[in-house]
Each structure stands twice: as structure tokens, then as C-alpha cells.
Design a protein around this ligand. Structure first.
Ligand SMILES: [Zn+2]
Length: 312
């Protein structure tokens, strides 16, 4: 499932290439015909993400809310900002900039859990919708096709507020001490394993399976420890680390969770998942720090990876 950084990058794509334009909205598959009619021909005024939810605002305060779920994907074509992974030597803690997802070019790009650039046949724009396209958003220069989302609806401002109220803080949106305090309050009273709390979008927004495992390893925290047994300072550090990793992932387009890499290691980590993480999908392999075999178990319905020696 795409984690928070993917949805923020999708919002950036819409901000760059759709916001300010009149958008022709249709449902080639037909399942979203009524919703498409409500926003067809309106101007997109803003795109933003909170956690794993994307909100596209159109004039008269109508919003298209999309949650990709496990299988959803956006396919962009025409004028698109495609990622450039090679030579991304920007300092890890620099402010994320739009240029980090590359200069606009005419291409085709799938944005889901991974980003995958494909060639574009420039002779025909827009390309014909392929397969079950729930929604097509079309401007004069760009097109976005949505497939397989778990949520896709047109809602008004009150419903947007209701959706946002259900979500825990997202460090890309909620900055400063108040957001950190909210996270601390959400975690510290709970007699629930921290490995479960991090996956609960009402506690904190945007963390999925990769970031859960990696954040807990970086903090050397046992995933089974209940929130209320974790010292407040450790909870605060967990939030700050999440903010740092999320910002980095929004910029780079990959979940880079290891620090201090040489340029060559960094290049490998960007291109190969096996070289990218501390514990995620490394079950049975020796821990990169202590050599103990990394364990796998199920928690909150997803596979959890952790080191039983380092994480206590
Ligand atoms: Zn270890």
C-alpha cells in the first residue's frame, strides 16, 4: 500500500499540472459517472494530502476525496513531473522542493506504491483510457486516470472537515510543537502495542508497513511495547524521526530509512529495496547492527519485521 510520501507526491503532481486549470472529468468505466458530472468543467483550485488521503478541491468548494488502498493507482500522461533518481545528491535535511520530482516533460508516469515512468506516444493526446478507469481528469496538457481506489467521492467542506478530524497528525501538514504534542497524547495513554498504534491512522497519519518497521528499529523500540510504557521523550523522538523520514521520502520518492550512506551506498539504496532498509523484508537475514536474525510476525494485519536483540 502506498505510504504517506506517495500521496504527498501525487498532490504535488496535481498542484503543478492541474491546479488553476479547467478540468474535464469523466468516468470511462462508468462507476463514478454521477460524481464526475458534479465536478466536470470546474477549475481545480488546490490539491493536498493528509496521510494516505488525497483531496482535490474544485471551485464552489467541491472536493474529490481519494484513498488508493492496496491496489489503487494514478496514471499521469502529457505534461508530467517525472522523478529523477540519478544524482539526487541533495542534503537529506534540506527543505523539500518541487524540483526534486523533476522538471516537467511530456511522458507517462504511474504513481502508486512505486513510481514507474513509461514512454508516451505523442501522436495521440489524450491517450485512450485502458482498463477500468474510475475517474479521468483532463486538461489541455495533462491527463490523470485513477484505477482501483478504495475510496473515491465528491464531498463538500463539512464532510472534508469530518474526514480530517478522524486523522491523526501528519508532519507534512501539521507542523511544530502542537502536532508533536498530539502524537504524544495519542500514544502515551494507550495500552496498545506501539507497532499497532503506528499503523492506526487516527493516531498518526501516513505510516504504513515499511515506515512502521523502520521507525521502530531506528528508535530501538520493541514493537510489542504498549504506548503507555514508552517514556515521553522517546515518543517525541519517534515523531521527529517520522517527520524527518517522511520529508526525505517526499523529496526522493523512495523510503530512505538509513542514514550516513556513502554516495555509492545511497545510489544502491535508491535503486534496490534489499539495500534500502534496516529490517523491512529482511526476515532471517542478520541484523545490520548486531547480526541477530531479523524476525517476522503478523501485527495489525500486516507483516512486522524487527530485531529481537536491538529492539527492547
Ligand atoms: Zn540487531
Amino acid at each position: 500500500m502506498p505510504e504517506g510520501h506517495s500521496i504527498h507526491r501525487i498532490a504535488q503532481q496535481f498542484n503543478r499540472h492541474f491546479v488553476g486549470d479547467v478540468v474535464a472529468v469523466s468516468s470511462p468505466q462508468g462507476r463514478f459517472a454521477a460524481g464526475a458530472r458534479e465536478i466536470d468543467g470546474r477549475t481545480m483550485t488546490e490539491a493536498f494530502a493528509v496521510g494516505k488521503q488525497l483531496f482535490l478541491r474544485f471551485d464552489e468548494h467541491l472536493h474529490l476525496r481519494v484513498h488508493l488502498g492496496l491496489y489503487g493507482a494514478w496514471d499521469f500522461a502529457g505534461e508530467v513531473s517525472a522523478p529523477r533518481f540519478e544524482g539526487s545528491t541533495v542534503a537529506d535535511d534540506a527543505e523539500p522542493s518541487l524540483s526534486s520530482i523533476g522538471a516537467p516533460r511530456l511522458t507517462r508516469l504511474r504513481m502508486a506504491e512505486q513510481e514507474d515512468e513509461r514512454g508516451l506516444d505523442l501522436s495521440s493526446f489524450p491517450p485512450d483510457p485502458v482498463g477500468a478507469v474510475r475517474v479521468r481528469l483532463l486538461t489541455e496538457t495533462s491527463v490523470a486516470d485513477l484505477r482501483g481506489p478504495t475510496a473515491c467521492e465528491v464531498i463538500g467542506p463539512e464532510q472534508v472537515e469530518r474526514q480530517l478530524a478522524k486523522l491523526g497528525p501528519d508532519p507534512m501538514v501539521d507542523r511544530g510543537r502542537a502536532a508533536e504534542d498530539r502524537f504524544v497524547a495519542n500514544v502515551s495513554r494507550r495500552n496498545v502495542a506501539i507497532g499497532q498504534l503506528l499503523m492506526d491512522q487516527a493516531i498518526v497519519s501516513g505510516i504504513g508497513n515499511v515506515f512502521r518497521a523502520e521507525l521502530l528499529f531506528r528508535a530501538r523500540l520493541d514493537p510489542h511495547r504498549p504506548g503507555r510504557d514508552i517514556p515521553e521523550e522517546s515518543i517525541r523522538e519517534l515523531w521527529r524521526d517520522w517527520a524527518k523520514l517522511l520529508k526525505r521520502a517526499v523529496k526522493v520518492g523512495q523510503m530512505m530509512t538509513m542514514d550516513g550512506l556513502t554516495p555509492r551506498q545511497r545510489e544502491k539504496a535508491i535503486s534496490t529495496q534489499a539495500d534500502r532498509h534496516w529490517v523491512y523484508k529482511r526476515q532471517g537475514l542478520p541484523c545490520r547492527v548486531c547480526g541477530t536474525h531479523i524476525l517476522i510476525e503478523e501485527m495489525a494485519g500486516r507483516n512486522l519485521y524487527w530485531c529481537p536483540k536491538d529492539q527492547t
